[in-house]
Design a protein around this ligand. Sequence first.
Ligand code: FES
Length: 156
Amino acid sequence: METRRAFLKTLLMGTAGVAVARVGFDSAEAGWFGFGGPRDEWLRIGKLQDFPENAKLVVHDAVRAPDGKKIKNLKLIAERRGEQVSVMSTRCTHFGCEVTQMEDGTFVCPCHDSHFDASGAVTKGPAKQPLPWHATQVTDGEVQVNLSKVLPAPQI
Ligand code: FES
């Protein structure tokens, strides 16, 4: 009887471990935490015509380009200049909290009070790295972003 109880306990603990690991993979799809960071893949974030010229737009959702799987809760800052769209992450580079955009266009992290200017550069630590800008492309009128590719901040 004791052996059977120990077996069931082991089985339950193993199942819990799988559930925790699965949550980790889902978070990785959102682009920051997880095993190995964001995937090297293109995510569709909208039609170019839906991005207003010279204005920042917050993007919350994306669709994985190859298989159409929806990715939610991204919160990326996108800015269109002509036919190009630049995309910046809102994940603080200290420990990954989501930064808050202030009225003056700068960003503040609610977790440990790091500050970033409008281009994502650190103006106050503890964060040491700027908010990352990601590679984008426009394919068939659709804007796509690759969260695994980090670029220098564009000249705004
Ligand atoms: S997570 Fe942003 S300052 Fe620590």
